[in-house]
Ligand binder design. Structure first.
Ligand code: ASP
Ligand code: MG
Length: 411
């Protein structure tokens, strides 16, 4: 048997394996990593827009496909890409084996289309690695304890990669994508946005949950829990990307700005419920009814008038708007409130940075910058390392630009 090498996990998204030429290029990248002396495990997504196309095909059969059959269907996308990539690597003269989620031992719960990984039985993966194979694992899929195919939710291949890296005790997990790394804000809005060199898990979690789209949120949570070091980088060049790790391991602390990134989310709707009684239990019943329908509520603000009636405003994701409307209409009589309205004209802008924990006055500065540009703040929420404001949607680009400049993030 060979001496044990270090394992690295490389994950390639749909655009990186979008056609056969791209698959060959990925094969070359993987071989290069193997040649340097690592054991390499690759996780891939379905080619290009395959998953969307499969969903579209199903919708032409029925509006209500069962979730079990949907997972059966969607998992085929990744089965195509793993086999083709494995063939490409074999054709270049290297030993390579592809494994479906089930063959790789990825056990999940039975929540089809949004399953959670419960456990990984890594025996097969380790056997193939010991035999000096490059290993290709299908992203996004697993097998339930009952033996059915499950999928992990859209974008779930990131989570597969991190989970595989954790169970194999990999040195790090590289996420190859179509951008150079995590940026200080959206480069489509601010051309001066720069690539961030290093981030803590907590900063990445706040960036991802407040609008940055590079990484699947659940993958970052998983990485944090298991201490998997992540490297987000481009699959189209060899540039260093963004490293994400434990705050204590970050070496760039000295030159770290107070704010790491500015994010925005235009996918929010503001709901206001008027004329609520100002007595105990009202908020609990209102939000309890929303929670019972699995509706995620983001920011919440309550105002109480002198006459003791209250207005509660909160934001939700736009895709939940019809469901929320139904819940509130059903609740109106029972909870005895006057009315409600739904305002899709809002957006959320956030600043994120671990540096704000040690620098007072960051919130005041954010509000001042917005005020100086005539941007009204409708709601505010904070975490120890994030401040978010709900503003008018048509001001969001301006807000992102001026905040990026004011907090000295322009490169
Ligand atoms: N192919 C799946 C999707 O498009 C999983 C992934 O890309 O990570 O959502
Ligand atoms: Mg995809």
């Amino acid at each position: 048997m060979r001496t044990k090498k270090e394992i690295i996990v490389m994950k390639f998204g749909g655009t990186s394996v979008g056609d056969t030429d791209k698959i060959k290029r990925v094969a070359e990248k993987v071989i290069k990593a193997k040649e340097i002396g690592n054991d390499v495990v690759v996780v891939v997504s379905a080619m290009g827009k395959t998953t969307d196309e499969l969903i579209d095909i199903a919708s032409r059969i029925t509006n209500e496909p069962s979730r079990r059959e949907m997972d059966m269907l969607l998992s085929t996308g990744e089965q195509v890409s793993i086999s083709l990539l494995s063939m490409a690597i074999q054709a270049m003269g290297y030993d390579c084996v592809s494994l479906t989620g089930s063959q790789a031992g990825i056990l999940t719960d039975e929540v089809y289309s949004n399953a959670k990984i419960l456990n990984i039985n890594n025996t097969r993966m380790i056997k193939e690695i010991r035999n000096n194979n490059i290993l290709i694992v299908a992203g996004f899929q697993g097998i339930t304890t009952g033996g059915d195919i499950s999928t992990l939710g859209r974008g779930g291949s990131d989570t597969t990669a991190v989970a595989v890296a954790a169970t194999l005790d990999a040195k790090y997990c590289e996420i190859f994508t179509d951008v150079d790394g995590v940026f200080s804000t959206d480069p489509n809005i601010v051309v001066e946005a720069g690539k961030i060199g290093q981030l803590s898990y907590d900063e990445m979690l706040e960036l991802a949950s407040s609008g940055a789209k590079v990484l699947h949120l659940r993958a970052v949570e998983f990485a944090k829990k298991h201490g998997v070091v992540l490297h987000v980088r481009s699959s189209f060049n060899d540039n260093e990307g963004t490293w994400i790790m434990d705050d204590e391991k970050i070496t760039e602390k000295m030159e770290r700005p107070i704010i790491t990134g500015v994010t925005y989310d235009t996918n929010e709707v503001k709901i206001s419920v008027f004329g609520l009684k100002d007595i105990p239990g009202i908020a609990s019943r209102l939000f309890g009814a929303l929670a019972a329908e699995n509706i995620n509520v983001d920011l919440i603000v309550q105002n109480v008038s002198e006459r003791g009636s209250a207005t509660i405003s909160f934001t939700i994701k736009s895709e939940d708007i019809n469901l929320v409307k139904k819940v509130l209409e059903n609740l109106k009589e029972n909870l005895d409130f006057a009315d409600f309205n739904m305002d899709p004209g809002v957006a959320k802008v956030s600043i994120v940075g671990a540096g704000m924990q040690t620098h007072p006055g960051v919130a005041a500065r954010m509000f001042e910058v917005l005020a100086n540009n005539d941007i009204n703040i409708e709601m505010i929420s904070t975490s120890p390392i994030r401040i978010s404001c709900v503003i008018r949607k048509d001001k969001v680009r301006l807000a992102v630009k001026i905040l990026h400049t004011s907090f000295k993030l322009d490169k």
